[in-house]
Design a binder for this molecule. Structure first.
Ligand code: T4K
Length: 409
């Protein structure tokens, strides 16, 4: 690790990169490798690789217990999970979703032939704004999907009241919120159902994967059938259209192994979170998203908002400078779902009612954390941010000159 004292020490300006190895947002958290390989070995010996094998059954029981929920169905990923949930809940027409989320939330709706209606988010929590939700309800609306972005729960009470008042289904995209709680109860227990992502980049991963959690037995039964081609539990008989949403045994083996290391994953993320908080504290124009430590959180995302009016450097310039240092900070979820295809073409001028989403898409920068990142590395990243902002005007001038030269050449 090389430490910076002046702007010229930055790699983009000719210095040496701070890190030889690339630091990623979303490097997988992996538990005990020997235990994983042992489980995979047993799986191979059994010759039972998919379709409700013993690892899947064990993982579903364990996740169910962890969440304190009546039903858990593992899945191949959260995108399919959202689609299964919407179909099982008989949603149709318009479904209200936040514009500031990973594109999968919107695509899951569109893929079913429904219309995602983009809603703005709360400026502090980055989750769907219930006041704006109510304004978007039309006779075509059948449901709301709240996203617990960064593992921060939505305003669940307000959304539940709105859903009840208007007779709408309420689904939560809980892709980021595994092992998080709301008012002391685990995420997974709210709305009609909640869908988690266990993708490699998530706090808890099963390589690829996900799970649907619900306290509604009938819904759970329907999802279980739909995820297995609609087979009704009897050979050669289907009772509805289905798809293949099953989790493989190898994924479940990874899940069981990672579940055993959950406390270590939280600990690593929490220590990095504290180091980042201290490290960026007081840097003008840099606001870090603060988690409610009285609730369970997974601390998987370190989220900054960069206000260029104060930093002079834009969020993208800071990102480019960090990339040259091998710190692959990410501008999630740029440019906002409403500005991506196919939505941007079919809903012109939608941005007029999405000011918070547009600001966040411009300002948010997500920094590396997880078990692959050490507190010492966090200190170096924060030191760079502090030095850059302290010399914001000169740094911005230098970067812009570089860009100009590059574009002329
Ligand atoms: N809802 C929300 C709110 C979501 O955020 C997501 C997924 C979903 C729904 C859908 O869930 P799934 O259907 O995927 O279960 C990543 C993930 O692909 C995506 O799952 C995730 N959200 C999203 C937030 O992040 P990218 O485009 O950032 O992935 P990528 O390939 O750039 O990887 C990110 C970083 O992680 C890279 O710098 C490299 C590193 N990485 C990645 C992988 C896959 C590794 O070090 N090892 C790996 O194996 O989307």
């Amino acid at each position: 690790m090389s430490v910076k004292n002046t702007l010229n020490d930055f790699a983009i300006f000719g210095g040496i990169a701070s890190f030889r190895e690339t630091l990623h947002v979303g490097r997988p958290n992996i538990g005990n490798k020997a235990r994983l390989l042992e489980r995979i070995g047993q799986m191979v010996d059994r010759g039972w690789l998919s379709n409700d094998g013993p690892c899947v059954e064990e993982l579903e029981k364990k996740v169910q217990q962890l969440l304190g929920v009546s039903h858990c169905q593992t899945l191949c990923n959260a995108t399919i999970g959202l689609q299964l949930a919407m179909r099982a809940l008989e949603m149709s027409g318009e479904v209200i979703v936040p514009a500031f989320t990973f594109i999968a939330t919107a695509h899951a709706v569109q893929w079913l032939g429904f219309t995602p209606v983009f809603c703005d988010v709360d400026p502090h929590t980055h989750t769907i704004d219930p006041i704006r939700v109510e304004e978007l309800i039309t006779p075509e609306t059948t449901g709301i999907i709240g996203v617990h972005l960064w593992g921060q729960p939505c305003n669940i009470n307000a959304l539940q009241l709105i859903a009840q008042r208007h007779g709408l289904k309420l689904l939560f995209d809980s892709a980021h919120a595994f092992n998080c709680s709301w008012q002391g109860r685990m995420i997974g227990n709210f709305g009609d159902a909640e869908v988690f992502s266990f993708h490699a980049t998530k706090f808890f991963n099963t390589f690829e994967g996900g799970a649907l959690a619900t306290n509604n037995a009938d819904l759970a039964r329907r999802v279980r059938r739909m995820r297995n081609f609609g087979f009704a539990g009897v050979m050669d008989r289907t009772d509805a259209v289905g798809t293949n949403g099953k989790m493989s045994e190898a994924s479940a083996a990874m899940g069981l192994t990672n579940l055993e290391s959950l406390p270590e994953f939280v600990e690593a993320n929490y220590l990095n979170y504290l180091a980042y908080r201290e490290g960026v504290d007081g840097i003008p124009g840099i606001r870090m998203l603060v988690y409610d430590t009285s609730e369970k959180r997974n601390y998987q995302y370190i989220v900054l908002e960069v206000d260029e009016a104060q930093t002079v450097l834009t969020r993208d310039e800071i990102k480019d400078i960090l990339w040259a240092e091998n710190v692959l900070a990410r501008r999630y979820f740029y440019p906002g779902c409403h500005r991506m295809q196919p939505y941007v073409s079919v809903t012109p001028h939608i941005e007029r009612r999405l000011p918070v989403t547009d600001r966040l898409a411009r300002q948010v920068l997500v920094l590396p954390t997880g078990t692959a990142i050490s507190v010492e590395q966090v200190h170096v990243i924060c030191g760079m941010l502090r030095l850059l902002v302290a010399n914001g005007a000169s740094a911005a001038k230098k970067v812009r000159e570089l860009r100009k030269t590059a574009s002329v050449a």
